[in-house]
Ligand binder design. Structure first.
Ligand code: AMP
Length: 455
């Protein structure tokens, strides 16, 4: 199947060619003809599958006819984070080249007035985070009655961030007759309910992450002590010992840790920037730009800020903290090994991480190897510390996403396994690591090496 068979306009086909894409990805070839036929689409796909172009390309084709009116956007795209919204805008710049498309970005953390001026001029495509969009609507600066097409992207992420009530409200503000394109990586019951309520006879398109991207990631575990300074020391040693090494995203579980680790790395002479939800938008954009352009080699980030970011060519991902939610692990390591390039994902594992690690290995259906076949740190008897519960917030700034809820519903669709085959141990095999207190000195060392399945 080629792009020319999908029904896209000549201008869009030239832009696709200029971008260097020759073959549509599965979600593109399956979804684009239905979008152009004005059907509602339920796309079950993660970032990295080419889903952004699956909706931007047909949208640009459809928007070639007609004009925007002041304050009445013709199409609306909802994104959970400002960075994802900006990324979608870049797609319109790239594929809408040579077209007179008015695209506006309505996100929190930047001036209302500039956004307002853009809305007044009339926009073909409005890309927004839900909170800021509703703020403009409530000020009477925006009419949603002209929306012909609504895209809800990363819906399961919206659920995690507490945006579903806002999404439901927005769905009721746009015309009943609009076309809806709905994308989610997983289908928890709450998302299922929303799709039943707001999609009309949708075509369901389901794709898994491309296997080529998945098998290019080498995953490893490295043991560390329980104290923060020990973890930071381990991380510095790891960064210095990677060869080849280009750059890395380092994930922490909490925003506070992101700041602390960033300061420590800079103090030790590393070229690092950081990204978390409490930063000013201008600082977030500047940090990302520095990292994208290679000026900074390390990006220390939280999950909320970094989910779904498309940064090509990231050679390493480090989990400074093992994530509490197993599906976050899959998203984190998916920041490397993109577009067929190889990548390395290393998790720093403290004794208290054993339960989280077991949940990750269960989700991906594989055991991850210990670097240098070092044994797993035996649990030090200390129960895994539960992630700190946030105090209930009396009033939330709508423009800032809520932290991920602790009681996240289990995803129904499991992400594809992501380890190299050669890294896989049979699940039924005993763990190679001997218990710390067991006397194993009389046993030969080879008994503790993991057996591997041939690739
Ligand atoms: P997305 O899933 O939208 O985040 O896209 C992931 C990456 O795939 C982006 O860097 C896109 O530029 C790239 N991409 C999208 N469509 C294609 C295609 N047909 N061929 C190759 N790369 C693509």
């Amino acid at each position: 199947m080629s792009f020319s068979q999908l029904g896209l306009s000549d201008k869009v086909l030239s832009a696709v060619q200029a971008a260097g894409y020759t073959t549509p990805t599965p979600i593109q070839s399956e979804a684009i003809p239905h979008v152009l036929a004005r059907r509602d689409v339920l796309g079950i796909a993660q970032t990295g599958t080419g889903k952004t172009a699956a909706f931007t390309l047909p949208m640009i084709t459809m928007l070639e006819n007609g004009r925007a009116r002041a304050r009445m956007p013709r199409t609306l795209i909802l994104e959970p984070t400002r960075e994802l919204a900006a990324q979608v805008q870049e797609n319109f710049d790239k594929y809408g080249i040579g077209q007179k498309l008015n695209v506006a970005l309505i996100i929190g953390g930047v001036s209302f007035d500039e956004q307002d001026a853009k809305l007044t001029r009339g926009v073909d495509v409005l890309i927004a985070t839900p909170g800021r969009l509703l703020d403009h609507f409530e000020r009477g600066r925006l009419l949603l009655t002209g929306v012909e097409l609504l895209v809800i992207d990363e819906a399961d992420r919206m659920l995690d961030m507490g945006f579903i009530p806002d999404i439901e409200r927005i769905c009721k503000l746009v015309p009943f007759t609009r076309q809806t394109l709905f994308f989610t990586a997983t289908m928890p019951p709450e998302i299922q309910r929303i799709t039943e309520q707001f999609l009309h006879n949708p075509v369901k398109v389901e794709v898994s992450k491309p296997a080529t991207a998945a098998i290019t990631i080498t995953q490893k575990l490295v043991r560390t002590g329980r104290e923060a300074f020990e973890k930071r020391e381990t991380l510095r040693r790891l960064i210095k010992s990677q060869d080849p090494f280009k750059n890395a995203i380092i994930f922490c579980n909490r925003k506070r840790e992101v700041g602390e680790l960033h300061r420590s790395l800079v103090k030790h002479g590393f070229n690092a920037v950081c990204l978390h939800g409490d930063m000013e938008q201008s600082a977030r954009t500047a940090a990302l730009d520095k990292f994208r352009q290679g000026e900074a080699k390390l990006l220390v980030a939280s999950d909320v800020a970094a989910r779904g970011l498309d940064i090509p060519d990231v050679s390493h991902v480090f989990n400074f903290d093992v994530p509490h939610h197993a599906d976050d692990y899959v998203h984190r390591i998916g920041r490397t090994g993109r577009a067929g390039k190889s990548g390395v994902a290393i998790s720093i594992v403290a004794p208290s991480d054993t339960k989280s690690l077991a949940a990750i290995e269960k989700l991906i259906g594989q055991s991850i190897v210990w670097d240098g076949d070092l044994p797993a740190p035996a649990s030090d008897g200390e129960e895994r510390r539960e992630p700190r519960r946030r105090k209930p917030q009396a009033s939330r700034n709508r423009n800032e996403p809520r932290e991920r809820s602790q009681a996240k519903p289990a995803p129904e669709t499991k992400p594809a396994p992501v380890a190299r085959l050669s890294d896989v141990r049979r699940k039924s095999e005993p763990k190679p690591a001997p218990e710390q207190d067991a006397d194993t000195s009389h046993l030969p060392a080879f008994l503790f090496r993991p057996t591997r399945i041939k690739a």
